[in-house]
Design a binder for this molecule. Structure first.
Ligand code: TMP
Length: 250
C-alpha cells in the first residue's frame, strides 16, 4: 500500500553508520510469532518525517511527546528530535541562536546558523532514521524558517525558501502539525515558564507576524499541513493529532 504523499526515494537511502544522537522509543510489539499479519510488518514500513510547528507557547513540544507515546504503543519505531539542535553541532548552534546576550545578531546570520544546524541534522540524524524505517518527529523544521526568518525578520520569502530548500535537500515532512494559538495567550504561557530566549524576547508584533506567516504557509502547503486549534485542552489537541496520524494509515 502506498500512502498518499509517500516518497519512495527516501526509503532507498543507504543507512548512515555514524552515531545517532536523537532519543529513540522502540516499539513494544513483537511480530516474530504473528502469522498472516493483517498489517504490514514493522520492518517493511517506510520511515518518514512528521514536524510540529507553531509560535512559542503553542504546546507543540508537549504534543510531540504525546504522539511519540501513542505511536510507540502501536509498535512503531519513533525518533524524537528538534531544531535548531538534534546533533552536537546543532546544539552548539542552538546555544548561540538562543543566547539573549547576542541581541546584535543580524537576520541573515540567524538564517544561515539555522540552516547549518539543519544540514547537519539531516545528514546525521533525520535521513538515516528515515532509511531505517523510523517515524521521525521533529520539533520545528522548514515552516519555522519561512515563518521566523521570512515573515518575522522580514527576509524575502523567495530567498528564505530557496536557501531552506538547499539545506533540506529532498527531505520533506509527510505531515506538519501547525499548533495555532492567539499570540497574547501564547506569550502569557511563555512568560510563566521562566527565562526567555533571544527570540522569545521579541516584540508582540514580531510574534504576530510569525503566526500570520505560519497561517499563510499552511495555506500554501495545504496538502501536508494540518492546522490544529491549540487553545483547547491538551488532551483534545492530542486526540485530533492522533486521529490525523491514523488517517495516514501508518
Ligand atoms: P523552541 O525549541 O522553543 O521551539 O525554540 C527554538 C527557537 O528557534 C524558536 O524561537 C524559533 C527559532 N527558530 C527559528 O527562528 N527558525 C527556524 O527555522 C527554527 C527551526 C527555529
Amino acid at each position: 500500500r502506498q500512502a498518499q504523499g509517500e516518497r519512495p526515494s527516501l526509503i532507498k537511502l543507504i543507512p548512515h553508520q555514524g552515531p545517532q544522537r536523537g532519543s529513540c522509543i522502540s516499539g513494544r510489539v513483537s511480530l516474530r510469532y504473528s502469522t498472516m499479519p493483517k498489517e504490514k510488518s514493522q520492518k517493511n514500513r517506510p520511515g518518514f518525517l512528521v514536524t510540529f510547528e507553531g509560535i512559542e507557547g503553542s504546546g507543540k513540544s508537549t504534543q510531540l511527546e504525546l504522539l511519540a507515546e501513542y505511536l510507540a504503543a502501536k509498535g512503531r519505531p519513533v525518533l524524537k528530535t528538534r531544531e535548531p539542535g538534534g546533533t552536537s553541532i546543532g546544539n552548539a548552534i542552538r546555544a548561540i541562536l538562543l543566547d539573549p546576550s547576542r541581541a546584535d545578531m543580524v537576520p541573515k546570520a540567524e538564517l544561515f546558523l539555522i540552516l547549518a544546524s539543519r544540514a547537519q541534522h539531516i545528514a546525521e540524524v533525520i535521513r538515516p532514521a528515515i532509511a531505517e524505517g523510523k517515524i521521525v518527529l521533529c520539533d520545528r523544521f522548514v515552516h519555522a524558517t519561512i515563518a521566523y526568518q521570512g515573515y518575522g525578520r522580514g527576509l524575502a520569502s523567495s530567498f528564505v525558501e530557496s536557501m531552506a530548500g538547499h539545506a533540506a535537500e529532498s527531505i520533506r515532512p509527510r505531515v506538519t502539525f501547525l499548533l495555532d494559538l492567539d499570540v497574547s495567550i501564547a506569550l502569557d504561557r511563555l512568560a510563566s515558564r521562566g527565562e526567555l530566549s533571544r527570540i522569545d524576547r521579541e516584540t508582540l508584533a514580531f510574534h504576530g507576524r510569525v503566526r500570520e506567516g505560519y497561517l499563510k504557509i499552511a495555506n500554501k502547503f495545504k496538502r501536508i499541513t494540518r492546522r490544529i486549534d491549540a487553545a483547547r485542552p491538551i488532551e483534545a489537541v492530542a486526540q485530533e493529532i492522533r486521529e490525523q496520524m491514523d488517517l495516514l494509515h501508518v
